[in-house]
Design a protein. Structure first.
Ligand code: GDP
Ligand code: MG
Ligand code: ZN
Length: 335
């Protein structure tokens, strides 16, 4: 499992990278809440937020405090909570602060909702679940997920299911140049490789309906009770199509699986070529020779990356993969 380039997106890079999105979530610490407890948002349901306290295993039902204003609270957010923190039935604590986010995964605007919205905060990885058959792999969709992950500051992982139905070779060859960690599984098979990748991380699971995502989540998190064979989030209200839920991995593992019922697409409209270059350090250095406004799509338009690659600084296949991802940003043909 090659990790040459994705590994460079280490935690320091992510944390210190100037974030376009992070500052929006920041709110000022108020002295009045010195004794607030901190925790992670694990569920969002009609104005009620499930918060697991960081220093105990107490799960609170909370609501937003008025002082949060319009700040969104999403699964994965680190929050400060005041009020009743016993976690007893019928108690309701209040979220008074949302910590600055380290990563932000966004859902793109659509016909029903003209705004891009944050769907998950602070996740480390995006597990892109794709079936090898039934339904067949859709490269455009995978590519969009890869772009979504990289530009959210998350590491993409390719997880191929239903290996009992088809060989993974062709799909894997499509992604060799991106150096994305990949795992191939089938129902009832060995999941130790998947568990190793998830340990100690917060991982968002995405996948088109029918790929075996619920089957996998249930195998990893016994008791998760995700319904199998049920198409979720399509043709339903905004609530079902955007709410995510965080499930703790069972011991001895640590970390979280965040299941997204109907996540179809990411907000990629504002992703620039420069944002993408950040995920390709071997090409980024060569881009300094390009014209200022270069979109890096072709030598005919003055892009110097082809020369950079020809000089042996990176491979033409890497450049091709980079350009394919750039095109995937605007390829809205598939949901
Ligand atoms: N042949 C085969 N079928 C699978 C595998 N994993 C899941 N399925 C089946 O695929 C269908 C959809 O699975 P589900 O987990 O609900 O997919 P989801 O829509 O992605 O959550 C169900 O009938 C599963 O039993 C697998 O590895 N091989
Ligand atoms: Mg499902
Ligand atoms: Zn260029």
């Amino acid at each position: 499992m090659a990790q040459r380039d994705t590994r460079r997106l280490d935690e320091d890079d992510v944390r210190h990278r100037p974030s376009r999105h992070g500052s929006r979530a920041r709110s000022k610490q108020r002295p009045a809440h010195d004794n607030a407890a901190s925790g992670m948002v694990v569920s969002v349901d009609r104005g009620r937020y499930g918060v697991l306290l960081n220093d105990s295993d107490v799960l609170l039902t909370t609501m937003r405090a008025r002082e949060l204003g319009r700040t969104a609270v999403v699964v994965g957010d680190q929050v400060s909570v005041v009020g009743d923190r016993t976690g007893q039935p019928d108690t309701l604590a209040r979220i008074v602060r949302v910590a600055e986010r380290e990563t932000v995964l966004r859902r793109t605007a659509d016909d029903n909702d003209p705004y891009e919205r944050v769907i998950v905060a602070n996740a480390d990885q995006l597990l892109i679940v794709t079936a090898l058959a039934d339904p067949p792999p859709r490269y455009g969709l995978i590519d969009r997920c890869v772009v979504g992950a990289l530009t959210a500051g998350m590491e993409p992982i390719l997880l191929l299911t239903k290996a009992d139905l088809a060989s993974p070779d062709e799909v894997l060859s499509h992604y060799t140049e991106l150096d994305i960690p990949s795992v191939v599984i089938s129902k009832g098979g060995d999941l130790s490789e998947v568990r190793a990748l998830l340990d100690d991380k917060v991982t968002v699971f995405v996948g088109h309906s029918g790929v075996g995502k619920s089957t996998l989540v249930n195998a990893l998190v016994p008791g998760a009770g995700r319904s199998i064979g049920v198409v979720s989030g399509i043709g339903k209200g905004r609530h079902t199509s955007t709410s995510a839920v965080a499930l703790a991995l069972p011991r001895p593992l640590h970390g979280w699986v965040i299941d997204t019922p109907g996540l179809r697409s990411f907000g990629l409209a504002h992703v620039t070529a420069q944002d993408m270059l950040w995920a390709f350090p071997d090409l980024e250095d060569g881009s300094t020779q390009c014209p200022g406004s270069c979109e890096h799509l072709s030598a005919a338009d003055g892009c110097k990356l082809d020369e950079w690659v020809a000089a042996g600084n990176s491979s033409p296949y890497r450049l091709e993969a980079f350009r394919r991802l750039l095109s995937a940003r605007t390829d809205l043909g598939e949901p």
